[in-house]
Design a protein around this ligand. Structure first.
Ligand code: ZN
Length: 324
């Protein structure tokens, strides 16, 4: 069973595009059992993948009324998918797709958090404080290569309150897209494992979106997880958006993270339906070949089960503590 840290299928459906990487009708035959389904608000200049070196200005903030309106539309689309909405770890099962409602950037939320419980009631169980832009809670990393992730100020007071409120309700807090100052603010505030749903090792690919060794150590120290992102620009040492990228590039990041953090702290965070992934992977249909590549690099079945789903499910069980 494979549980994945990030996909953008909802955005594609909202736009009226079909799926690119996740065909829900056949996905279970590949072992895919769902995972985090992002609600991400498109705004301003369209998101474009760049060739390195690049230094893309931070995306424009989204006015809150627009953010809220679009997020509610995305949630409507999410609810039309032929999946089970995850409310407990027990909802995940082989042969069945279970979707975690994940807000990628908290700009739809009222800064005083007065609507967070409504979102929780609707099914929200995971939240990235920011995408790569500024909001009332913090600031994301701009897309830069090469660049460290230390690109701007940390969380606002509202952002620190948001982390504490998520801890209290049992909503997972995701640090992917957050800048380094914000990351350390999360580390100071949170009482749950630190999670990066779709980020890679900065030591192997010097993108602002990837995590430094110090950040990886901090994630592991809290019992958290990093979901390895299959986007080629965050995998390759040269940062190029080249779909002719072998599966061994994903294996390289998995193995680096396992060596650095331990086998209990690494999972998948595909970015399917939201980024350029290796052609040889395709989409979910390539997941069995990826597991074979990991097997060939020395991972036994116990390790593969942790990477494929066990680590995500452990962290979710710890984080969703308030869920009966
Ligand atoms: Zn993302």
């Amino acid at each position: 069973m494979i549980v994945d840290g990030h996909n953008d299928l909802v955005l594609r459906m909202w736009r009226g595009d079909g799926p690119l990487h996740i065909d829900l009708a056949t996905a279970t035959t590949t072992g895919f059992a769902g995972g985090f389904f992002a609600l991400w608000i498109p705004w301003g200049a369209p998101f474009v993948e760049h060739e390195p070196p690049y230094d893309v200005p931070l995306a424009e903030p989204v006015p809150r009324d627009d953010a809220r309106r679009i997020a509610l539309e995305l949630a409507d689309v999410f609810e039309t998918l032929p999946v089970s909405v995850a409310r407990s770890v027990a909802d995940f099962a082989p042969g069945h797709i279970t979707a975690i409602m994940h807000l990628e950037g908290a700009e739809p939320l009222a800064p005083d958090l007065s609507d967070l419980e409504q979102w929780y009631a609707r099914g929200l169980r995971s939240l990235g404080i920011v995408w790569s832009r500024r909001n009332a809670f913090g600031e994301g990393v701009p897309f830069r290569f090469p660049s460290v992730p230390d690109t701007g100020p940390g969380l606002t007071a509202a952002g620190r309150d948001l982390v504490a409120a998520c801890n209290r309700l049992g909503i997972l807090v995701d640090v992917s897209h957050l800048n380094e100052a914000g990351f350390w603010d999360v580390a100071r505030v949170t009482d749950s494992p630190i999670v990066a749903t779709h980020s890679n090792a900065h030591a192997l690919c010097a993108s602002s979106r990837n995590l430094t060794d110090d950040q990886l150590d901090a994630v592991a120290a809290t019992g958290g997880v990093v979901g390895v992102n299959f986007a080629v620009g965050f995998l390759r040492a040269d940062g190029r958006q080249d779909p002719d990228t072998p599966l061994t590039e994903i294996v390289r990041h998995v193995n680096y993270l396992v060596d650095r953090m331990g086998i209990d702290h690494v999972a998948f965070g595909s970015d399917f339906d939201g980024a350029t992934v290796p052609d040889v992977l395709g989409g979910v249909e390539g997941l069995p070949a990826l597991l074979d590549a990991l097997r060939s690099s020395g991972h036994d079945e116990v390790a593969l089960a942790k990477l494929a789903s066990g680590n995500w499910l452990r962290v979710l069980a710890e984080t969703w503590h308030s869920v009966a």
